[in-house]
Design a protein around this ligand. Structure first.
Ligand SMILES: C[S@@+](CC[C@H](N)C(=O)[O-])C[C@H]1O[C@@H](n2cnc3c(N)ncnc32)[C@H](O)[C@@H]1O
Length: 312
C-alpha cells in the first residue's frame, strides 16, 4: 500500500490538493487513515481540497445525469464512478478498500444466515438501506444494465455510501440535502472518531480540514462523520431520557439557507428565529444584503437515539 499512497500523493499534488503535516497510512484494522508527520498545533489547516477536484452532481458527465432522470444523486455518482474508466482516476481507486474488504464489513453484502444474527436496530436500518439500493439499481439497470453488473454497481454504491461528504455551494444550497453529496479524494481517507476530531469546513473554493487540538507525530487524525439519509434514527428500548443540545451548534446559514452542519452557528447571521411543529424558520443573511426566509424540518435531521437527541 505504500507505493499506492506515494502515487496518490503525487496525483493529489498535481490536482492542487494541499496536504500539510500529515499523510495517509495503512492502519491495523482501519484500512487507510491519516496520521500526523510532525507535531501539529491546534488550528492548523492540514488538508485543502479545491472544489473543482470534488466529484459532485455538478461535474458528473451531462450524458450520465441526463440518462438517469429522477434518480438519486447517490445512484448517479455510483453509476458515474462505475462508468468512468479514465486512467486519471487510477491513483485514487488504488487506495479504495477492495470488494472483499467491503463485503466483509457491510451487512448488505452478507449471506442471510449472518444477517439473521444482527440486532433489531441494525436489521431495521439494513432493510431501509437495501430498499434504497434496490430502487437505485432498478433506475440504473434500466439504462446501463447491459454495461454494468449489479455487483460492480453495489461496490460503487457502497463506496459512495461510506466515503461521501455533504458540501453546499451557492448553486446547490436550495436543493435537498441528498443532492449535496460529493466524493472527495484524500479527504475520504480520514477515519471517524466521536471525540477528538478535526473540523471540516467549506466555502466556494475549497473544503478544508483543521486540527482542533495538538497531535504528536504518528498520531492518527480523525474527523467526525455525520449520518446519511439511509441511516436515520435507530429504534429505542422504551423509557424516557432528557435529550438536549443547542441548535445553534448543529445548523448553519449557507448563503441564506438553513442547513445542517456541525459548528454552524446560524444564529450569528439569522434573525427572527422561530420553531413551530418541528420546523425551524429564520431570516438569514445571504451575503448579498438580502435576508430571505429559510426553513428546515428538524425531524429530518434530529432523532432520539436511546434517549439522547442526535443530529445527523
Ligand atoms: C471514509 S472511509 C475512511 C478511510 C478508510 N479507512 C479507507 O481505508 O479507505 C470510511 C470507512 O473507514 C472505516 N472506518 C472509519 N472510521 C473507522 C474507525 N474509527 N475504526 C475502524 N474503521 C473505520 C469504515 O470501514 C468506514 O466505512
Amino acid at each position: 500500500m505504500e507505493a499506492e499512497i506515494d502515487n496518490l500523493l503525487q496525483w493529489a499534488k498535481k490536482k492542487g490538493i494541499e496536504i500539510n503535516g500529515c499523510t495517509p497510512k495503512q492502519l491495523h484494522g482501519r484500512g487507510v487513515g491519516i496520521v500526523a508527520t510532525r507535531p501539529l498545533k491546534a488550528n492548523e489547516v492540514i488538508l485543502r481540497v479545491p472544489t473543482d477536484t470534488l466529484r459532485s452532481l455538478a461535474n458528473t458527465p451531462k450524458d450520465v445525469v441526463a440518462s438517469l432522470p429522477g434518480a438519486t444523486v447517490h445512484a448517479i455518482l455510483s453509476a458515474s464512478l462505475c462508468l468512468d474508466r479514465a486512467a486519471d482516476l487510477d491513483a485514487w481507486r488504488a487506495v479504495f478498500p477492495s470488494k472483499a474488504d467491503i463485503h466483509a464489513v457491510l451487512p448488505i453484502c452478507w449471506p442471510s444466515e449472518l444477517r439473521a444474527l444482527l440486532p433489531h436496530t441494525a436489521t431495521t436500518l439494513l432493510a431501509r438501506q437495501s430498499a434504497k439500493f434496490n430502487k437505485d439499481w432498478a433506475a440504473v439497470e434500466a439504462v446501463y444494465g447491459g454495461d454494468l453488473a449489479k455487483e460492480d454497481f453495489l461496490y460503487a454504491w457502497l463506496l459512495v455510501n461510506t466515503r461521501s461528504f455533504y458540501h453546499t455551494t451557492r448553486k446547490t444550497a436550495k436543493l435537498p440535502k441528498e443532492d449535496h453529496m460529493v466524493l472527495q479524494p484524500v479527504a475520504d481517507l480520514f477515519n471517524h472518531s466521536p471525540t477528538g476530531w478535526c473540523a471540516g469546513a467549506f466555502n466556494e473554493d475549497a473544503f478544508t480540514i483543521t486540527t482542533q487540538e495538538a497531535h504528536e507525530p504518528g498520531q492518527e487524525l480523525f474527523i467526525k462523520y455525520g449520518s446519511h439519509a439511509n441511516g436515520g434514527c435507530g429504534d429505542n428500548n422504551g423509557g424516557l431520557a432528557y435529550g438536549y443540545f443547542e441548535l445553534n451548534t448543529k445548523f448553519a446559514n449557507i448563503f441564506g439557507q438553513l442547513s445542517r452542519q456541525d459548528g454552524g452557528y446560524f444564529g450569528h447571521s439569522c434573525q427572527n428565529i422561530r420553531y413551530d411543529n418541528g420546523v425551524l424558520t429564520a431570516e438569514c443573511g445571504d451575503g448579498n444584503g438580502g435576508t430571505p426566509t429559510s426553513s428546515i424540518n428538524l425531524n429530518e435531521h434530529i432523532c432520539n437515539v436511546n434517549g439522547q437527541l442526535e443530529a445527523f
